[in-house]
Design a protein around this ligand. Sequence first.
Ligand SMILES: [Fe+2]
Length: 259
Amino acid sequence: MSVNALFEDIFRGRGWAIVDADHPDNLRGLNNLILHSVDDISGEKNATSEIESLRRTMHLLTEDKINTIKSHSYVEASEILACAFPGTISGLSGNEVFLQRRAHMTLNVPAPPGGRENNRYLPSLSHFDSMSGISPYTVTLWVPIHDLDDDTGVWIIDQETSMEIMNAERRNGRVMGGDILAMNAPRMEKRVFARMTYGQGLVFSPFCLHGSVTNETERARICFNTRFQSRNLPLHLRTSDYFSCYDVPKAAVPAGITS
Ligand SMILES: [Fe+2]
C-alpha cells in the first residue's frame, strides 16, 4: 500500500491500518522505559529484565506498584514513537505536525491469583477519540511493545460503521446509551481485534470506535500510544497543553502497510 493509499484509507476509507515501523530498533527505547520504571519501584535490580517475563509476572505486583508504572511520566515516549514511524506520520500529516506531548502508556493486566475485585481489570469502554476534544484531523498511533497475538489489545470498528452505530443511537434518542457501552448495539460485532508483531503499530482516525476487553490470558499487555496532526489544520479543544510542534525528518518514507 502506498502513502497515498494509506492517507485515503485513514481519512476517507476504513479509518485504520496496521503499519510497519520505519525504524523498529527505536522501539527498544519504549521497552527500556518500562523496564526502568519497574527498577525504580523495586529499589533494586529487577529480576524481570525482559519484557516477556515482566508480562508474565506483572499480575503479582501490588496495586501501588502497578499504579507507579502507570503514573510514570514517560516524557520521551512520544518522540520515540515518532522516530520509529516517521514515514507513517509524514504520509498522513506532512512533515510539520503537532505531536502529543506525552504518549499514553496503557496496561491490560490479568487478574492476580484468587480474585478480580479491583479496577485493574476494567476494560476501556467503547469510544472514539474525537469525543475527547481532539480535532477531526488527529490520528492515533497505538504500538504494543511486544507481539500481540491475542485479544488483549485494542479492538476497532471501521469509521463508517462506527458513525452508523452512533447515528442509530442518536435516532433512537440513546446517544451514548447502554447499547454501545454494553457492546450489544447492532453492528458492534464488526469489531476487529488488532493483531501485530513487535515492530508494527495501529493507526486510526478519531472516528473509529475502539476499546478493550478484560485480559483473560496469563500475560499483561503493554502499549504506548500517541497522537499527531498537521500543523496546517485546525486544532480543537486539545491545544498547547496536549500537543507540541514536531518536525518529521524530510527523508522519511513508510516501511510498509501490511493490512
Ligand atoms: Fe481512545
